[in-house]
Ligand binder design. Structure first.
Ligand SMILES: NC(=O)c1ccc[n+]([C@@H]2O[C@H](COP(=O)([O-])OP(=O)(O)OC[C@H]3O[C@@H](n4cnc5c(N)ncnc54)[C@H](OP(=O)(O)O)[C@@H]3O)[C@@H](O)[C@H]2O)c1
Length: 269
């Protein structure tokens, strides 16, 4: 019988205290595996509703925007597990504001959390991922596929991460690891109340209008991607594909649509 992919695996999840990361924890805890759960509020991560008796949880406090905290988290993990089968690089913040209203501190904080922290963390765990010939699965966003109005810092930090991880993917072909970027559409999570406004205050915005995914649905896609070494850039639906393709076929048309669709959003910031 084929071994269940997750059995006996070592899985690292950043941003496991809320939203998509927490949904990954809920979905994976039913397997006999080790889950290394990171967040600033790691100590508050509740026991999953349903847990296999041989599922081991490690809660590691880590602030991705603080290099010394990331270093400590890497050291902690390296001392306790001998390989990493899947690294869900999931934690992140959004930042809402126009290009010229976002403060430089917000640009820096957004990059510290969404780019420099993940790069440092992935670098630190790369030997353990390589040892397992494992997969690095990043929760990204459709806003990384084009600079979205009202989201300059967020779009830029995530698309910078795309470029860095594409480099990593090509450089590590011989290592046999997978590196994928999953561009998630609007999802029901705390993102719009955990991110930053243009001045750096904590956001307090209503959920995005229109159709939204549940965190559980997104977790299932991320788990499927984790099993597929060939996965590269994954989009969920037509709007993701539309952004991906229109960048090359007709950026002018795409910009018109983004202007119209997001006008209220970026005019108010
Ligand atoms: N929700 C959406 O519509 C949507 C769409 C596209 C992409 N995404 C992406 O999905 C990922 C997960 O976000 P979510 O939607 O699940 O939002 P969320 O509910 O706000 O969860 C964000 C997670 O990231 C962690 N985090 C934030 N800043 C951190 C830091 N400095 N250091 C360590 N951990 C940090 C948070 O934990 P602590 O606060 O405990 O540190 C939390 O567990 C993000 O990368 C986001 O960009 C979300």
């Amino acid at each position: 019988m084929k071994k269940e992919f997750w059995n006996d695996s070592v899985v690292v999840i950043t941003g496991a205290s809320s939203g998509i990361g927490n949904a990954l924890l809920e979905e994976l805890a039913i397997y006999p595996c080790q889950l290394v759960l990171l967040a600033r509020r790691a100590g508050d991560i509740a026991e999953p509703k349903s847990k296999h008796k041989d599922c081991i949880l490690h809660r590691v406090t880590c602030d991705l925007s603080d290099p010394s905290s990331v270093r400590d988290a890497i050291d902690w993990i390296v001392q306790r597990v001998d390989r990493v089968d899947v690294l869900f690089n999931n934690a992140g913040i959004t930042a809402h504001g126009r290009f010229d209203s976002l403060s430089m501190e917000v640009y820096q904080k957004t990059f510290a959390t969404n780019f420099f922290g993940p790069v440092q963390f992935i670098r630190g765990l790369l030997p353990l991922v390589s040892k397992a010939k494992g997969n690095i699965v990043t929760t990204s966003t459709v806003s990384a596929l084009y600079g979205v109005p009202g989201r300059a810092a967020y779009s830029a930090s995530k698309s910078a991460l795309h470029a860095a991880l594409e480099s990593l993917r090509i450089e590590s072909i011989e290592l046999g690891i997978g590196v994928s970027l999953v561009c998630v559409p609007y999802t029901d999570t705390a993102l719009r109340t955990s991110g930053l406004d243009a001045e750096g205050k904590v956001l307090s915005e209503a959920p995005a209008k229109g159709k939204r995914k549940s965190a559980k649905e997104v977790a299932h896609v991320l788990m499927a991607v984790a099993k597929d070494k060939e996965a590269r850039l994954v989009t969920f639906n037509l709007s993701g594909k539309f952004l991906e393709w229109m960048r090359f076929f007709s950026p002018k048309f795409l910009e018109k649509i983004l202007y119209k669709k997001l006008y209220d959003d970026f005019k108010t910031h």
